[in-house]
Design a binder for this molecule. Sequence first.
Ligand code: GLY
Length: 368
Amino acid sequence: MKTIQVTITKTKQTYPIFIGTDILKKITSLFDFTKYTKLFILTDETVAPLLLRDLTDALPQGTKTCILPAGEKAKTLLTMQKIWEAMHKAKLDRKSLVLNLGGGVITDMGGFAASTYTRGIAFLNIPTTLLSQVDASIGGKTGFDFDGIKNLIGTFSQPIGVLLDTRTLQTLPQREFLSGFAEIIKHGLIADRTYFIKVTKKQPLDYTTNELIEIISQSCAIKQQIIEQDETEQGKRKLLNLGHTIGHAIEAVSLTTDTPLSHGEAISIGILAEAKIANILGLLPKKEIITIEKALQHAGLPTCWRTTTKWRTKSTSSPFIPQILEKMQSDKKNDNNEIRFTLLEQIGKGSINKTVSTEVITQVLATL
Ligand code: GLY
């Protein structure tokens, strides 16, 4: 088992990330639950039949459970209300602990519910998807989608710890597993060229369990180093937004169709789009775009929004381009109504706060 200790520089808040195989059942030896008055598990209908029993068996008796519908479409205010109601019904108090067992939707929503219930109670993340293991469960971003905008309402609230059991990946659908590699590749792109080469050498499914633990640990360490210095995304943390300015907008529009993209799929398309933008702005050499495109495709990820699902048209005057642009205008990452991008200067080096004209964005969207 590997342990990464996160210490937020400004607040000195500190918590461990435990990474290993079959460690869920050892949870009581990793965290001290005796100091909490009540334990409350939040999970969803997909994860519950696979992992809830393992967790409840490992925890003290009397642990309460709340099972939500699965998926991004459930990441709403209405669901949030249901969580608060369940927490209230379970009589949680300020010394209770919420355990978020699931993917990014569960860790984001459970974190938000905990951070607002009675002005804030403790929560622990147990991410069960690759994507949430390397991204959403670490760093304290919580929230839900609102008015069609991803994560518009949320807080920065750190968990008391993260338990990351790679055994949970055994039941993960292949599409979800590959989706996680979009964030892993992103970590290499923004921070470490050698890591980028390492994680794109093989196809994701060909890595052994030990190699995967090593990869997950390195991704967590890259994220840890960034969020420790900049918890609330004033500067450096914006590096993690690579591919997300366009990716989030594409994901949000896709959610209004019959064929939604997963988060990682949308981010993969966003990464390539933003690499092309960086090239047009003279930041990133063309050969780097080709390397990035090949790496994403080799990982089984989409790089083209037009042909990936049925909601795309073959025409470059797609009706979806204005919708994508509109979503980008209301992105919470904007400053003073200006869309801000994190762009690459080279593989392994990102640069934040870049403004890009609507013409350049439209030009790139039309090529994808
Ligand atoms: N998912 C990006 C971040 O945590 O900042």
